[in-house]
Design a protein around this ligand. Structure first.
Ligand SMILES: *Cc1c(COP(=O)(O)O)cnc(C)c1O
Ligand SMILES: [Zn+2]
Length: 413
């Protein structure tokens, strides 16, 4: 049996399998999200530590194995095993540094914090990790005869930059819907420069998302938002890398800014796979950080209810300004299984902590600042303790958010 994976109902209403290249995004039977399911028994056969280290070092560097320069594709068996390697579209994403900071004690109250620089990717955010998988699968399908006219997404900025870049490399048309005046110039110019059709709509992200889902349902475009389960597969390699970065140890906490909630599920899914393959025997806890102006998950957590869609208010953390998160059920599962918690931060809190932390030799985007502000609250409440290993996921390169930095420091001067 070769390694393989397929799309299945996230709710497990039935065990029907759909081909990975199917243009469906919901279960045809019950309407729930879909999930990529791997053949665990086959993966178990290649799961020993030797294979893992092999994937890291030996395979890398050989010209015929150029894909192993990518932090995503060096794990291709665990990510997307059934793709022709010549059709993979990669910018050697991933392999992002995990830096340890021991100079944040005065600000956070922790002796040491690890920061995973997932913004150190080609288009400046972690979105590249998922997009390489999605665009590669589409490219593979097109090369094998499937008709796809264009790939499209709604975006708060970073998804569109990433989709546009990978589509341009593949030569596949892309279409992008952005909320007018809600993304930074640096974010907006990326998809324009790389040749996407860009529409700025007089609505918010949730409005763009509704439109793009309609277009995808009607078969006009292939959907690239994280509702599409393929992206999760690439993003889950952050978990694999963290495990390596910490020298095959598990962090106690992962702190990440969360909006549409796909990445929260991706991290959980990565660690869960490591557990199923018996590399690890428990899961790290998730601390999901939201803007207090766009906090449906925080409210659900505090009130112990399901997520109720809200209207997101404006926040400096534009990439997580989302009121109706598509991956809500996925994130609820991740929270339950990791004994996770949710915190929130105001614009004032994220701005202040961002400035303080930058002074210690970081350069944080507003979303990563939400993660740090939330981390501080969890430490102050005694939820996170000083002897625990804490990893903050830095989701974007702050060079994309010059206006945010400028406005803060101009005011302060
Ligand atoms: C997309 C994004 C997020 C949120 O990720 P979700 O998967 O939507 O929760 C956080 N920060 C940045 C910089 C992003 O681009
Ligand atoms: Zn179903």
């Amino acid at each position: 049996m070769p390694l393989s994976c397929s799309l299945q109902c996230f709710n497990k209403c039935c065990d029907k399998k759909y081909d990975i290249t199917c243009s469906i995004y919901n279960c045809p039977k019950c309407g729930s999200l879909l999930d990529v399911v791997h053949n665990i028994n086959e993966l178990k056969k290649i799961n020993n530590k030797f294979t893992w280290e092999l994937s890291h070092s030996l395979r890398k560097g050989k010209p015929e194995n150029h894909l192993h320069n990518s932090g995503v594709w060096r794990f291709h068996e665990f990510v997307m095993p059934s793709i022709s390697h010549e059709n993979v579209i990669t910018t050697y994403e991933g392999n992002n540094p995990l830096l340890q900071y021991k100079n944040l004690k005065q600000i956070l109250g922790l002796d040491s914090v690890h920061v995973k620089l997932s913004g150190n990717n080609y288009t400046g955010s972690f979105k590249d990790l998922g997009m390489t998988v999605l665009v590669s699968v589409v490219n593979d399908a097109i090369k094998k005869g499937k008709k796809i006219k264009a790939i499209g997404c709604a975006s708060t900025g970073d998804t569109s930059a990433s989709l546009s870049m990978y589509s341009a490399i593949a030569g596949i048309p892309s279409v992008i819907f952005l909320p007018k005046n809600k993304v930074s110039t640096a974010q907006l110019i990326q998809p324009i420069a790389t040749g996407s059709k860009v529409f700025a709509l007089d609505t918010d992200f949730d409005g763009c998302m509704k439109l793009v889902q309609k277009l995808a349902e009607n078969g006009h475009i292939y959907l690239a938002n994280s509702k599409n389960a393929l992206r999760i597969e690439g993003q889950k390699t952050i978990a694999f890398e963290l495990y390596e970065n910490l020298n095959y140890k598990l962090p106690d906490w992962i702190v990440l800014p969360s909006g549409n909630l796909g990445n929260a599920y991706a991290l959980f899914k990565g660690f869960k796979l490591l557990k199923e393959l018996k590399f690890i025997n428990k899961l790290p806890r998730l601390l999901l950080a939201q803007s207090s102006n766009a906090n449906p998950l925080y409210r659900a957590f505090i009130n112990k209810t399901n997520i109720k869609p809200t209207k997101a208010k404006n926040t400096l953390a534009t990439a997580i300004q989302i009121g109706d998160p598509v991956s809500a059920p996925r994130a609820m599962l991740a929270l339950r299984e990791t004994n996770g918690v949710v915190e929130q931060a105001t614009d004032q809190e994220l701005s202040d902590i961002s400035a303080k932390i930058d002074n210690k030799g970081l350069y944080t985007c507003p979303h990563t600042a939400v993660a740090f502000a939330s981390l501080k609250k969890a430490i102050d409440k005694g939820i996170i303790k000083n002897d625990e290993i804490v990893v903050v996921i830095s989701t974007a390169n702050a060079l994309k958010f010059t206006d945010f930095k400028l406005n803060y420091h101009m005011k302060n001067i």
